[in-house]
Design a protein around this ligand. Structure first.
Ligand code: ATP
Ligand code: PAU
Ligand code: K
Length: 257
């Protein structure tokens, strides 16, 4: 059984797969201080609750926070007797090329999204991930990652307004009733919601123009459906794109070991 871990700057997802079959996933806040023993108590409790009793034999990790990797390695070593594959490390092979400026350390989540997108949809894609940051990953016709765009995340933008301006409250994102807000919260939601609709449209249009071809736009991340419900920004939405990509990379490394 495979334990696939996707650590973002805000949240970490643990997913369990039996071959091609998805069994369960759980989400926790990302905290680099958490020890292997803490992870194990949490994880084994949830596995028991879900009735998963088979042993974990393999682990793969994608982490945008380098410091958490140490304790996840210890988790594998101490409790599952396995050495995790870590996306982005030289001993983790990728089934696609990465064509960027020399010395660039591409976020492993973006590489994993590229692999997942190519596996599910083929080439010529724009993968949009609404996480801590909103990222656009451009996938070439042969599946290569050829660069993209990093924009501030939706929640981060709202939080920045709250942090920087004394009179602006903490606000959760939602689709506003109108563009013209008649109270502070509505004004903030309008700015971020419609600003984001414009951002996604403009960036995708410019990527397509720069590539001079049609490209499919695939979205992932908890906030994607909120944007899609009002405007058709994406050709498809994938709920667990990153964990799917992790299974593809794990299999590729097994097959090419
Ligand atoms: N309707 C909604 N309104 C506000 N927040 C939402 C809504 N739906 C989902 N979310 C939030 O979206 C986030 C989705 O998680 P996702 O994995 O896409 O990004 P993240 O975990 O915040 O970022 P990262 O992967 O960078 O850590 C969660 O934090 C969830 O609380
Ligand atoms: C952009 C984020 C924060 C999105 O999670 C992550 O992919 C990252 O830390 N990237 C490193 C820089 C890059 O991808 O070019
Ligand atoms: K994510």
């Amino acid at each position: 059984m495979l334990l696939a871990i996707d650590c973002g700057n805000t949240n970490t997802v643990f997913a369990i797969w039996d071959g091609e079959q998805f069994l369960a996933s759980w989400r926790t806040a990302t905290e680099w201080q958490r020890t292997a023993d803490q992870y194990y108590v949490w994880l084994s409790t949830l596995m028991k609750l879900q009735g998963i009793d088979a042993q974990i034999t393999d682990m793969i990790v994608s982490s945008t926070v380098p410091r958490v990797v140490f304790n996840l390695r210890v988790l594998g070593d101490r409790y599952f007797n396995t050495r995790p594959l870590v996306v982005g490390k030289p001993d983790c092979l990728l089934p696609v090329d990465v064509r960027v400026d020399q010395g660039t350390a591409v976020g492993p989540d973006r590489l994993v999204n590229t692999v997942a997108g190519y596996d599910l949809y083929g080439g010529d894609l724009i993968m949009v991930d609404f996480g801590t940051a909103t990222t656009f990953d451009v996938v070439d016709s042969d599946g290569a990652y050829i660069g993209g765009v990093i924009a501030p995340g939706v929640n981060l933008s709202l939080e920045a307004l709250h942090q920087a301006a004394a009179a602006l409250p903490h606000v959760d994102i939602t689709k506003p009733q109108a563009v013209i807000g008649t109270n502070t919260v509505a004004c903030m939601q309008s700015g971020v919601f419609w600003g984001y609709v414009g951002l996604v449209r403009e960036i995708c249009a410019r990527i397509k123009a720069e590539r001079d071809r049609e490209m499919r736009v695939i979205s992932t991340g908890g906030l994607a459906p909120l944007f899609q419900q009002s405007e058709k920004l994406f050709d498809a939405f994938e709920d667990d794109l990153t964990t799917h990509g992790l299974t593809v990379i794990h299999k590729y490394n097994k097959d090419n070991a």
